[in-house]
Design a protein around this ligand. Structure first.
Ligand code: ATP
Ligand code: MG
Length: 307
């Protein structure tokens, strides 16, 4: 059964799409069966996966409105080997159309049931907003990955997001949790970056991924070639960091599935075994100071305090 993960942050330009495309490629490179679903009418994840958004026969619009099944909507050949359900401007109509459909918050969840067994991971890329499309994504997922840029306004808006996750958790999807907070476009030379980063670790504890994604020009260039960084320049710091993130995600998922009695034998080392740790995937700053995993409610309280 696939682990379905929503990548979201209503703040624009924080690296949601870059994370979806590069994480999907990295997971696929480690032989995981992966599908990426673009839920943003901008269609950036579609283009970044090497698919022309204007030439889609079927897309997440048809999927959400029930005009096509997941098996009919997906493209099974992308350069990096993951499956893709693309998006384009058509998707803007979906939100309005969904309003008149029954179980409108669960359209995506219902549509994915048919194919969930075929994948290890399904990643959902979202627009920079909290709307009915995002609610559909959250209602389908077991975890939320929140990319954040470590800058002054980073925490602004996160309380709204955590509040939304809490509400969805209580009303629509009791499984939903914060899977991880991902520090993106990280520049360790900036003291502001380091300050915001340590605040995040203080408040979210080990929900903050140890892997950090550096600011890296290859990550910015790769989409214009329709490629994930791993295929564009596989030794770039950006590509290596996303490989490390994939390793961390796989290891966390495996640990979460273990019986508590297995805890002592659980992997506790710093580096990932199965993938190279990117040079910037240091995050040595993170877990020393980290507290035990905070649950979603605690996160919400903490965030309220921050604001
Ligand atoms: N680690 C990075 N280093 C350098 N550039 C990056 C990095 N991550 C993302 N970018 C660039 O920053 C811009 C915004 O990234 P991206 O599109 O992934 O953000 P987003 O959160 O999906 O944006 P939106 O909210 O518009 O959907 C893009 O031009 C992308 O190429
Ligand atoms: Mg995006």
């Amino acid at each position: 059964m696939a682990k379905i993960l929503t990548v979201t942050n209503q703040k624009g330009g924080v690296g949601k799409t870059t994370t979806c495309v590069n994480l999907a490629a990295s997971l696929a490179a480690t032989k995981k069966r992966v599908m990426l679903i673009d839920l943003d009418p901008q269609g950036n994840a579609t283009m970044g996966s090497g698919v022309d958004k204007h030439s889609l026969e079927r897309s997440s619009y048809e999927l959400l409105t029930g005009q096509a099944t997941a098996a009919e909507s997906r493209l099974t050949e992308t350069p990096a080997g993951y499956h893709l359900i693309g998006a384009n401007g058509d998707l803007t109509a979906a939100e309005v159309e969904l309003l008149s459909l029954s179980r409108r918050e669960f359209r995506l969840k219902m549509a994915l049931e048919e194919v969930a067994d075929e994948y290890d991971f399904i990643l959902l890329d979202n627009p920079p907003s909290l709307n009915l499309l995002t609610v559909n994504a959250l209602a389908s997922s077991s975890g939320v990955i929140i990319p954040m840029q470590c800058e002054y306004y980073a925490l602004e808006g996160i309380s709204a997001l955590v509040g939304t996750i809490n509400k969805i958790n209580q009303r629509l999807n009791p499984e939903l949790q914060i899977e991880g907070i991902l520090r993106t476009m990280f520049d360790p030379r900036m003291s502001l970056t380091r300050d915001v980063s340590s605040h995040l670790v203080e408040y979210f504890g080990d929900k903050v991924y140890r892997t950090v994604i550096p600011r890296n020009v290859r990550l910015a260039e790769a989409p214009s070639h329709g490629l994930p960084a791993l295929l564009y320049d596989k030794s770039s710091r950006g590509a290596l960091a996303y490989l490390a993130l994939a390793g961390e995600l796989i290891r966390k998922s495996a640990d979460a599935g273990k019986h508590p009695a297995d805890e002592n034998s659980a992997h506790t080392g710093d580096a990932d075994d199965d993938v190279a740790q990117g040079p910037e995937a240091v995050a040595g700053d993170s877990n020393e100071a980290s507290k035990k995993s905070a649950d979603v409610d605690a996160d919400a309280e903490v965030v309220k305090e921050v604001n």
